[in-house]
Design a protein around this ligand. Structure first.
Ligand code: ADP
Ligand code: MG
Length: 446
């Protein structure tokens, strides 16, 4: 055995005692002694990122060298590519060899293109903090919420931001399914007992690990084991971890308790369904970004009728735009908009909008719509108006200011008064309760 191999063997056996198995396996086991130069033992590492070993394990390395009695002053980590020109005293680092920072992130998913509203403002703020100082706070950041509400968008926004500040940042984005598949592959390729080396390199040499949709982590214990160790290793080095899921970590029932508690050890934030205001803002932003020509009326109609999911909201927007441009109809014509959307919303049966609620309410009380929109004040008309305001707020969640606009530019305090009055009555007055139910069922059957 060559001199440097003997040296390394003795230092390595001391390191094994000083380090946890995980750190030892991850960072030291695969180093290959190359030569001794300037009193230092030169080791070849599989990746550039191993150069941080000297900093991260400074004390342990020093101690291991002392304990082994090896006559060296330290270790030096180089990559294979550097062995040729290594003897040059002024060692140039070939950072390009590292070149796997391909931007795999959707350039359209940025913080700028993300509309902030009550439903996502906390997640947004947390994501921004993480992007500005990865690993410093909120580790891990766990974002959960229903389908199509912006989890992936916000994750990519974090990555795009970090890369805009540092092109070389190593950010690994995977879906939980990919992680599981990678792990299974690594087991298959487990030749000459190099237990899933590729896998470990891939997952533990990153600055930021992003795992999307962790609800798809299968119940396999060994995969969870691998994730647990990956997590701990990254966490220990203050590498940022970002996770998303469709539910709170405590509801990931198939997950080992220790992973569940790791997932919750940083900051857990949710994204909920957007309010109508946010839906309108999202539609306007998308329409503007895509240079779509679409009427305000159509935007309101889409926002009123598609409430559950932002992906569908976007889909409806392009449907309307394309339908109108192909058919030559104007998006100002609500019938055209309804035709465009007849597959995604049940337009024929119940499109519930401010208009349809006002219509149903008027029909129920036998009055004209122009009366409740206008200023007439007799008791029947005022009651009907208050009922319509209450129902619009209750069924559509439309903000008071927009309801005010709808009712001929009334002040939002007037609207609030009407809503509060009806809310109280709806709890105490049986007649009002019955009327509310009647009108609602008219709307639903329509
Ligand atoms: P999830 O990962 O939660 O299922 P996505 O991140 O894929 O949802 O979002 C679905 C679509 O909705 C994407 O096109 C995304 O850009 C858009 N989207 C979601 N939330 C917002 C938002 N707040 N502002 C702008 N676009 C959004
Ligand atoms: Mg997603």
């Amino acid at each position: 055995m060559s001199e440097c191999k003997v040296l390394w063997k003795s230092v390595l056996s001391e390191l094994e005692v000083l380090l946890t198995t995980v750190s030892f396996d991850m960072w030291f086991k695969d180093l290959e002694p190359y030569t001794v130069e300037n009193d230092k033992l030169v080791l070849i590492a599989p990746l550039n990122s191993f150069k941080s070993i000297n900093k991260n394990y400074k004390d342990q390395i020093k101690k291991a060298i002392e304990n082994s009695g090896a006559k060296i002053s330290g270790i030096e980590i180089i990559t294979k590519a550097e062995t040729d020109n290594y003897t040059l005293s002024n060692e140039e680092e070939k950072e390009e060899d590292d070149g796997d920072t391909v931007n795999m992130f959707d350039p359209g998913y940025t913080f700028d293109s993300f509309v902030v509203g009550d439903s996502n403002s906390i997640a947004y703020a947390a994501a921004e903090a993480v992007a500005k100082a990865p690993g410093a706070f909120h580790n891990p950041l766990f974002i959960y919420g229903g389908v199509g509400l912006g989890k992936t968008h916000i994750m990519h926004a974090i990555a795009n931001y970090i890369l805009s500040q540092n092109k070389k940042a190593k950010i690994l984005y995977v879906t939980a399914e990919q992680f599981v598949n990678d792990y299974i592959d690594s087991l298959k390729n487990n030749k000459d007992n190099e237990l899933n080396k590729q896998f470990r390199l891939k997952y533990r040499s990153v600055d930021v690990l992003m795992m999307d949709d962790v609800q798809f982590l299968s119940g396999k214990t060994s995969t969870q084991e691998a994730l647990f160790h990956t997590f701990n290793d990254l966490y220990q080095f203050r590498k940022q971890i970002v996770l998303t899921s469709d539910r709170h970590p405590r509801e990931l029932t198939f997950l080992q308790d220790r992973l569940k508690s790791r997932f919750q050890s940083g900051l857990t934030v949710d994204i909920t369904k957007p309010s109508i205001e946010t839906r309108i803002a999202i539609l306007q932003k998308k329409a503007y970004a895509k240079k779509y020509d679409i009427s305000q009326k159509a935007v309101f109609f889409i926002a009123e009728n598609i409430t559950s999911n932002i992906r569908e909201l976007e889909g409806a927007l392009s449907k309307v735009v394309f339908y109108c441009s192909l058919s030559g109809r104007s998006s100002d014509d609500l019938e055209a908009v309804k035709d465009a959307l007849k597959d995604c919303i049940d337009v024929s049966s119940h499109v519930i909008s401010m208009d349809s609620i006002a219509d149903a309410t008027c029909a129920y009380y036998g009055i004209k719509k122009s009366d409740i929109i206008g200023k007439r004040k007799n008791k029947l008309i005022s009651n009907a108006r208050q009922m319509a305001i209450y129902l619009i707020n209750d069924m559509l969640g439309v903000p008071l200011s927009s309801i005010g606009e709808f009712f001929g530019g009334r002040d939002h305090t007037t609207i609030m008064y009407a809503r509060d009055k009806m809310t109280d009555l709806s709890k105490t007055d049986h007649l009002i309760q019955a009327q509310i139910n009647d009108i609602k069922s008219m709307l639903e059957k329509k």
